[in-house]
Design a protein around this ligand. Structure first.
Ligand code: UT7
Length: 323
């Protein structure tokens, strides 16, 4: 096999919509501030009995349907999340079983915050290219509302829940052209959930169990870093900005997305924007945006897509894809 390509996409958003008006009633904020500073109009929130695995199964089922294959045909599942159902088994194992993948097929979670989907795509592509797997499901799924402090206006207006998935299969024609991953742990304190069982049980309080972010500092590093990764990706492929048909960015903030589009010289009509509908869904945001634009017919076979992400860690990454 020479190449791998995406043959199916899927996504899922929980039913419950939380509007900006609802948040106005809860913290000192306004619909105008949220829209102007972030582009977000509403976000989705999981039901009380819904978990990350439920979101992942729904998105993956759609992706399998579009690819026209059964879960039993998939031998690798990579699930990116920072809101897993349990410490272990991994959410990927729960989803593998519920989808009906074969016993013994590979399934694992990865933790790379908002860059998790791009990390997962890179890993799965390498499995396929080296013969370690034949067909892969890559899922980004987040029940992010479970780690939100609903009294913190600096974060509670930003995030939402959802899932997105893709199927990756062998191909004669190029699909995944290149992937680029990076991390830099020196920024651990700018964006974090300071809760983890490895720290000891006395640290596990509700206060440490929610997201904290120094938003403005994250914003500046994100814009700078995403600008750099655009250059890195184009150079690695000997391409110019004009070759890109669609930017499919991580959906954190419309102003960060606009800055990357400007860097590429792309009009906003060639940028997939879904942040207004679901806020920042972390690892789910890129596959959610990709699925939206594939299903509404904007992204067509043969189009050249640039996916890029930035998130906690910091982690960041990109993928150049011939769809
Ligand atoms: O996905 C992982 C990566 N995450 C990101 O990329 C997020 C990056 N950061 C951001 O998107 C933006 O920094 C935010 C949307 C979080 C904030 O926007 P900003 O333009 O950087 O605002 P700021 O933090 O500089 O705050 C401006 C003002 C402050 O008030 P003063 O000091 O000017 O009086 C804040 O206290 O806005 C205030 N503020 C709010 N006002 C109303 C902060 N949050 C809110 C709020 N509603 N929800």
């Amino acid at each position: 096999m020479k190449h791998s390509r995406i043959t199916g996409t899927g996504s899922y958003l929980p039913d419950r919509i939380m509007t900006n008006a609802e948040l106005e009633a809860r913290v000192e904020t306004s619909d105008t501030w949220i829209r102007d500073r972030t582009g977000i109009a509403e976000r989705r929130i999981v039901a009380d009995d819904e978990t990350c695995a439920d979101l992942a199964v729904a998105a993956a089922s759609q992706a399998l349907d579009m690819a026209g294959i059964l879960a039993a045909d998939v031998d690798l599942l990579v699930l990116a999340t920072c809101t897993p159902d349990r410490v272990f088994p991994s959410t990927a194992c729960l989803v593998q079983h519920r989808l009906g993948m074969r016993e013994g097929s590979i399934a694992f979670d990865i933790s790379a915050a908002c860059s998790g989907f791009v990390y997962g795509l890179d890993i799965a592509n390498r499995f396929l290219m080296t013969g370690g797997a034949k067909r892969a499901l890559i899922i980004g799924a987040e029940a992010f509302s479970r780690i939100i402090d609903w009294d913190d206006r600096a974060t509670c207006v930003l995030f939402g829940d959802g899932a997105g998935a893709v199927v990756l299969e062998p191909s004669e024609q190029p699909g995944i052209l290149s992937t680029h991953l990076h991390a830099d742990g020196q920024y651990e304190d700018l964006l974090k959930v300071d809760w983890g069982v490895g720290q000891g049980y006395d640290r596990l309080t509700p206060e440490t169990g929610t997201v904290s972010m120094r938003g403005n500092e994250v914003f500046k590093v994100a814009v700078r870093t995403l600008g750099r990764i655009v250059d890195e990706t184009l150079e690695a492929n000997g391409l110019s900005k004009a070759d890109i048909d669609w930017l499919v960015p991580h959906q954190a903030n419309i102003r960060i997305i606009q800055a990357t589009a400007r860097k590429l010289g792309l009009p906003m009509e060639r940028v997939v924007q879904t942040v207004q509908n679901h806020g920042n869904t972390s690892a789910a945001s890129i596959p959610l945006a990709l699925d939206t634009a594939v299903r509404d017919g904007r992204i067509r076979p043969g189009d050249l897509l640039l996916l890029e992400a930035f998130g906690g860690g910091f982690t960041w990454g990109s993928a150049l894809i011939r769809y």
